[in-house]
Structures are given as C-alpha cells and as structure tokens.
Design a binder for this molecule. Structure first.
Ligand code: NAI
Length: 330
C-alpha cells in the first residue's frame, strides 16, 4: 500500500524498510513534518505514517481525506497530536503502537532521575575539563525515599518496580488502580496526598484535557521542598513557566525532562548552528539542577524494532480489510 512516512530520520528509514521486507508496502520516506503546507507530499497515498510532533489536526485531516488517505498510523503510543474525532468524522482510521518495550521509557526515567540527583552530566563535563572538584555535586540517597508515580499503567508500574529495587516506597495516582502496582507494595493516593509525601514525582499518564498542566504553580507549591520532578510522558503535563519559577526559589530541587511543551519546533533536529529563539528552553537548560533530553526515552533497539513491526502489521491489516487491533477510538 502506498504510504507517506512523515518526520523520517535515518533510523526510521532503515528499520521500517527492514520490517517492510516481506510485506512490500510502497513507502515514501519524507523528512518533513506533516503540516498543512506539506500534506500535498502524501498525495496518492492511502496511508500516512506520522510521529509525535506531526500536527494531525482537523485541517490536515480534511486535506488528507480529500487526497484519498484512509489511514493514519502513528509510530508512537501517545496520540494527543491527532484529532481523533475529526478523523472519525472524515472516515480516516487512526492506529498507534499500543505495546512496545515499556522498559525503554521506564529505564530512561530512572536514568534521568539518577543523572539529575547525582549531577552525573555536570560531573562528566567537569572531568573532561580536568576539574575533579566535588563542590555542587552532592545528591541524596534514593534508598528510603518516597517516589510518587502519576499514571501507573505499563510504564509507570515498571518504573515503580525499579524504584522499589532502590529501596524506595512507591505511591501512585491513577483513575484505574493497577493490581501489578499494588503487588509491589504501592499504595494509591489522591494527587495532593502524593505531592505531600513524595521526594520524587515521575509522570507516566497520557496528555489529555484532564491532565494538561497536572503539574502547575499550585501543585509545585504543595510538593515537598527540594523534591525532584521527572517527566518522560508529554511536555504539556507540566506548566513549564511554573516549574521555572519553582526552580528559582528552590521549591523544586531538580527537574529531569525528556519532553517539553513546545518541543515540536525543536526536537528531533540539530539546531546547534542556529539561534534558538525559545527563551523558555534556553532558561531551563541554564539551571545546574535541570537535565533536558530530546524525547529519546523510547529510543532502544527493542522498542524501535517493535514500533516498526507493529506499524507495518497495521498497514497490512488495513490493506487486507482485517480488524485493526491498534485502532484508536474516541
Ligand atoms: P498506559 O496507557 O499503559 O498507562 C497510562 C496510565 O495513565 C493508565 O493507567 C491511565 O489510567 C493513567 N491515567 C490516565 N488519565 C489519568 C489521570 N488523569 N491521572 C492519573 N492517571 C491517569 O500508557 P504507557 O504505555 O504506560 O505510557 C504512558 C505515557 O508515556 C504515554 O501516554 C506517552 O505520553 C508516554 N510515552 C513517552 C515516551 C517517550 O519516549 N518519552 C514513549 C512512550 C510513551
């Protein structure tokens, strides 16, 4: 099936081509993000394949429908970048990758926590410069601390399991309690109770209207002074300006983020030779107790392999008129 692959990077091209070897879909690889001005590149394609920063809004979907596209396949779990009700109205099916190594993201969240708490990136930069001074590098033991997990689904529960291995107490907040989380000894709390008792808070819920800015000025004020916030989920979960204000006063002791509210115009590209005009991200990276990575928590061989295989399976199922097991429904 003719499919336009937007936001293609070299690893997408090689791994999706490998996964497509037997299926033999006609893949059109495009480096561009999907926007109203690039949608024409998908003309004649029954399917388009997108990634997290492609803007698949009502306008783009209407243009795609007019060009004959009937399937949007996102190479991600999250689908907040797709207007699913608009797609349904236009008769466009939306599929995602519900299941791919949740370990990739959970392990990365732990890595970010360690890096920000123990100042590992700063220490490495110092030793490269011949500076072996420890001043400013002190962290705290995770052992014996309380870790709040907001969203105890697949990733949140694995993250919690790893943290129990460190000797932490885990407290969760979720609309649907998970027996797997409770089996770890995790207890559930309201978001306020979780903030009251947690030394570390890690976000693992999807971005929805309900969860947008779930971490805001009021919740940061309520949290334990000097605590660490980790966000590997979606940038919109955190009010970034409020986080910066809390970092300035020391109320927030450390921030580790793999996702950022305004990441669409920054992430997945090399901007090192340009002037970055986003003052918020520039302010964030200037803090010694902040670590920012460019949405790479999913980026392991296992996860990418599974994402590509599932995407190709969805294309084939759609072409053959079979049930779409990864269909997104509103
Ligand atoms: P999941 O669907 O297994 O778990 C999400 C959990 O959040 C569910 O238990 C759900 O009940 C809960 N939830 C929903 N609304 C909530 C609310 N208002 N308050 C508290 N909890 C709520 O999803 P999974 O696979 O664990 O992924 C979690 C998120 O991680 C995804 O939505 C995505 O945004 C993010 N992600 C980030 C990646 C990265 O590379 N940085 C890669 C993959 C996922």
């Amino acid at each position: 099936m003719k499919t336009a692959i937007f936001s293609t990077r070299p690893y997408d091209k090689s791994m999706l081509s490998d996964a497509n070897r037997e299926a033999g879909h006609d893949l059109r690889f495009l480096e561009d993000r999907l926007t109203p001005s690039t949608v024409a590149l998908a003309a004649g394609c029954a399917a388009v394949c997108v990634f997290v920063n492609d803007a698949v809004d009502a306008e783009v979907l209407a243009l795609l429908a007019r060009q004959g596209t009937r399937l949007v396949a996102t190479r991600s779990t999250g689908y907040n970048h797709i207007d699913v009700p608009a797609a349904e109205r236009l008769g466009i099916a939306v599929v995602r990758v519900t299941d791919y190594s949740p370990h990739s993201v959970a392990e990365f969240a732990v890595g970010l926590l360690l890096a920000v708490n123990r100042k590992i990136a700063r220490a490495s930069a110092r030793t490269r410069d011949g500076n072996f001074d420890l001043h400013g590098l002190m962290g705290f033991d995770l052992h014996g601390k309380t870790v709040g997990v907001i969203g105890t689904g697949k990733i949140g529960t694995i993250f919690a399991r790893i943290m129990t291995g460190f000797g932490c107490t885990v407290v969760g907040h979720d609309r649907y309690p998970s027996p797997a989380f409770e089996a770890l000894g995790g207890r559930y709390a309201t978001i306020d109770e979780l903030l009251d008792c947690s030394d570390v808070v890690s976000l693992h819920c999807p971005l929805t209207e309900e969860t947008r800015h779930i971490v805001n000025a009021a919740s940061l004020a309520r949290a334990r002074r000097g605590g660490i916030l980790v966000n590997t989920s979606r940038g919109g979960l955190v009010d970034t300006e409020a986080a910066i204000a809390a970092l300035k006063t020391g109320q927030l002791g450390g921030l580790a983020i793999d996702v950022y509210e305004q990441e669409a115009s920054l992430f997945f590209q090399d901007l090192s030779s340009t002037i970055i005009t986003d003052d918020v991200i520039q302010r964030l990276v200037s803090f010694p107790n902040v670590i920012v990575t460019g949405h790479q928590a999913f980026f392991t061989v296992e996860a990418i392999g599974q994402i590509m295989r599932t995407t190709i399976e969805s294309l084939t199922a759609f072409e053959q008129g079979r049930e779409l097991v990864n269909l997104v429904r509103e």
